[in-house]
Ligand binder design. Structure first.
Ligand code: ATP
Length: 366
């Protein structure tokens, strides 16, 4: 193994009866990275995490952690610890006893336990709250106790299964930043499972996107956003308009296409696209389109259509435009700098796009 890889997973498969929950999983995680497994419900991400933790055995392949093959190593002997969705903290115990729970099996002196509990509580900014009853804590504090209880064991890898899903939106967003800060401070590898794309994007160094048991793309959040490998990944990470594009010339690094509704454009070849074909699929993020009552100047291509729906999100306005020659309405996101909604339902509008905003998603059926 290379010195920076803390986890190396190779050809791992998990079946439940004849159902394949995880297929041919290959993944290398670096020491000190925040990695998220992202995907819809049932895609196999929790099963993958549980195999790393040792709560679930695997049917094929190898899992190595810190250079050691894990096949016959039970969960409690692995250099990992897990934080569960439900926190699983004991309401009748105080904070200190909750955090000390795992340590009690380690044959440590009372003084040592006390010191490590205090240290773990400091890490999660709950210093001095040892004697507080767990059921007197807020949701955010409980989540931090659960983190402290895992960190007190000094794992090399912290595994987190939807750790923030029980919290309300505002608290969840605050905790996302806090957990990211904590991870950076401690330098421990975090592996988190989530179905929330925003959570994965705000917290992670890299994200693995899973569908139906298969890891489809592993990349930094901004690469997943700008260069997704196919339609599934593109639509799971942020909003995306999909348009058919017919290849008219291949220039190596770029291709000329005839883009549905917009006409001729030259777009960069996406190295992540899984399969190539003359029948391409192209994607345009809603915020990359210009909407205007008159033809907007300076764009590489334009089309016309009618506003069919408007959604006001506060910080942005989304217009849905039924364009000539395109079946699905095209969504356009406009930052709401001036607190105005400029177009009404039924208005005739122009949409403008630049070559660089059109993403090559490879063969249409990939
Ligand atoms: P969720 O976000 O809903 O937890 P997930 O992506 O984490 O979903 P898993 O829990 O890993 O998905 O489950 C993957 C698939 O394997 C699902 O179809 C699930 O029903 C199935 N599965 C998981 N555990 C078992 C089990 N013990 N026995 C049979 N099938 C299982």
């Amino acid at each position: 193994m290379t010195s920076q890889n803390i986890i190396e997973i190779s050809g791992v498969e998990k079946r439940f009866g004849t159902f394949v929950a995880v297929r041919d999983l290959n993944l290398e995680l670096k020491e000190g990275e925040f990695f998220s497994l992202l995907g819809p419900s049932g895609c196999g991400k929790t099963t993958a995490l549980r195999m790393i933790a040792g709560f679930q055995d695997h049917d094929a392949g190898t899992i190595r952690i810190a250079g050691q093959e894990m096949a016959h190593i039970p969960a409690n002997k692995r250099p990992t610890n897990m934080v569960f969705q439900s926190y699983a903290i004991f309401p009748h115990l105080n904070v200190g006893d909750n955090v000390a729970f795992g340590l009690r099996k380690l044959n440590l002196s009372k003084a040592e336990i006390k010191e490590r509990v205090a240290e773990a509580l400091e890490m999660v900014e709950l210093g001095g709250l040892q004697s507080r009853k767990a059921d007197e804590l807020s949701g955010g504090q409980r989540q931090r106790v659960a983190l402290a209880r895992a960190l007190v064991m000094r794992p090399k890898v912290l595994l987190l299964d939807e750790p923030l899903s029980a919290l309300d939106k505002n608290l969840r967003e605050a905790m996302q930043l806090e957990m990211r800060r904590l991870q950076q401070k401690l330098g421990i590898t975090f592996v988190m499972v989530t179905h929330d794309q925003y959570e994965a994007m705000t917290m992670s160094d890299r994200i693995g996107v899973m569908f139906a048991g298969k890891l489809e793309q592993v990349d930094r959040p901004e690469v997943l956003y700008s260069r997704p490998c196919n339609r599934r990944v593109a639509s799971f990470i942020g909003g995306m308009n999909f348009l058919d594009a017919r290849l008219t010339a291949d220039n190596g690094q770029s291709v000329n296409v005839d883009l549905q509704g917009f006409g001729p454009l030259t777009i960069e070849v996406n190295p992540n696209a899984l399969a190539r074909s003359p029948d391409l699929l192209a994607g345009i993020r809603p915020e990359q389109l210009e909407i205007s009552a008159t033809q907007p100047p300076g764009y590489d291509a334009c089309l016309q259509g009618n506003v069919s729906d408007i959604a006001f999100y506060g910080e942005s306005v989304h217009y849905y435009v039924r364009a000539d020659g395109v079946e699905e309405p095209i969504s356009v996101a406009v930052p709401n700098y001036f607190h105005t909604v400029d177009h009404k339902r039924g208005d005739r509008v122009w949409l403008g796009v630049q070559n660089a905003s059109v993403i090559d998603l490879g063969a249409r059926e990939a």
